[in-house]
Design a protein around this ligand. Sequence first.
Ligand code: PLP
Ligand code: ZN
Length: 483
Amino acid sequence: MKQSDFPEDIKPHLIPSPTGDMVYRCLECGGEHGIDVLLYTCPHCRGLLLLEDRAQYLLREYPGTFWRRLFDYRKMLNVPALKGLIAPVIPLEDIIYLGEGHTPQVAANDSLKEEVGAAFYFKNDGQNPSASFKDRGMAAALSYLNFLVRKPGAGKMLAICASTGDTSAAAALYSAYLGERVASAVLLPHGKVTPQQLAQPLGSGARVLEVPGVFDDCMKVVENLADNYQVALLNSKNPWRIRGQESYAYEIAQSFDYDLENIVVAVPIGNAGNITAIMQGFIRLQDLGVIGELPRVLGVQSRHANPVFRYYLEPDKSKRVFKPVTVQPSVAQAAMIGAPVSMPRVIRLVEEYTRRAGNGSVAVIEVTEQEIMDSMLLANRAGHIACTQGGESLAGYRAALKEGLIAKSEVGVLDATAHHLKFIGFQQMYFDNAFPPEFEVTPKPEYQNRPQLLTPKTEDPARKTADLATQIAALLGLTPKEK
Ligand SMILES: *Cc1c(COP(=O)(O)O)cnc(C)c1O
Ligand SMILES: [Zn+2]
């Protein structure tokens, strides 16, 4: 819609000019640091940072009803930079938009609802440009870098990250879009990302460096590099990424017309960037009166990489101690992390969330590899495009229903965090019954599927087609047309 056609009271607010008074806030020492440089940990105490807008209280001059109308009208506006909700200090011309966010929320069909025992949606984050949810945060982080490098005398920048596959795909894609000014290098655990995920940063022209070990080993190397060299770290310690990923919460709020009373938001947890961003996003909306009730949040981990689940097993808050775990092979490979860097954010936000919405408003549950695979296949056979981590969301949702953590009357929004096709190798292992024993997955025959090769009984070109058609008609049990 043209700007001139919007209601008079909305017009002046449609296109925001850069405002806000953003600082990095340290979660450990409370210290405040200016955003004129990229920081990912506190220079004083190495604590994790969150981005805070010291002028956010100004937004409260308008009631929640105003913001709801404005957000809904902005959705009708054809200004790419306003498609996501990013940091208010960045001028619109520096904001990069590659089509991230606003991913479809697809309702489970009747048979899937019946099988699972409750109504729910998948939010298809695989329909982001690099085919995972990481794009929301990467758009924010690279918009900020773009803002920095466009300042006079800023020079070039090297963006670097460690990844379980999808962060590197997103980082390489957005850096490629920025061209010369930002080069990108990614560190991957050798043999622990799928061929599709490896192909993505290679295709975008990033330097791809493989390190022996698992993600946690890559992360240590990247941190060492960031401590000792001039690089921009794009891991989820980077508070700009967390800020960008908050918009997942805004999208859900908008899709339910800001009424989240009966909603359960289920997400897989790896490094815990996503779940913390989502909690923070809902809290921010509540602070501004945009939503009333906070939705329930359900974090899901595989039994093979479950440090957050283990932490919350201890019911007594004062006795909880965080212990990293050594991960076992997991089909939810993008979440196969034993020492999540965002753990301090998790602890803080779960406390804040629970203070507002009560005990049980955040729960963390664990599932088996078998449950993850079976849930993924079940969903995709009902018309979804869930990856293994999306299967993990569904497996967790089913387990939470079974354990009575959530009620059947609640409505789930399950994050299918990446596209099915990125993790297609695990589906193939399931179909071929080829999982190494440590995965502990036994295929269910009813979910296995294989192509069937037909051999024509004749090489005579005149009869070959008819022969193949006859074979297929017999296989499919087709009824001949009446002549
Ligand atoms: C990164 C990733 C996760 C884990 O998210 P965190 O923010 O690290 O907790 C889950 N699924 C997919 C597909 C991912 O790429
Ligand atoms: Zn600090």
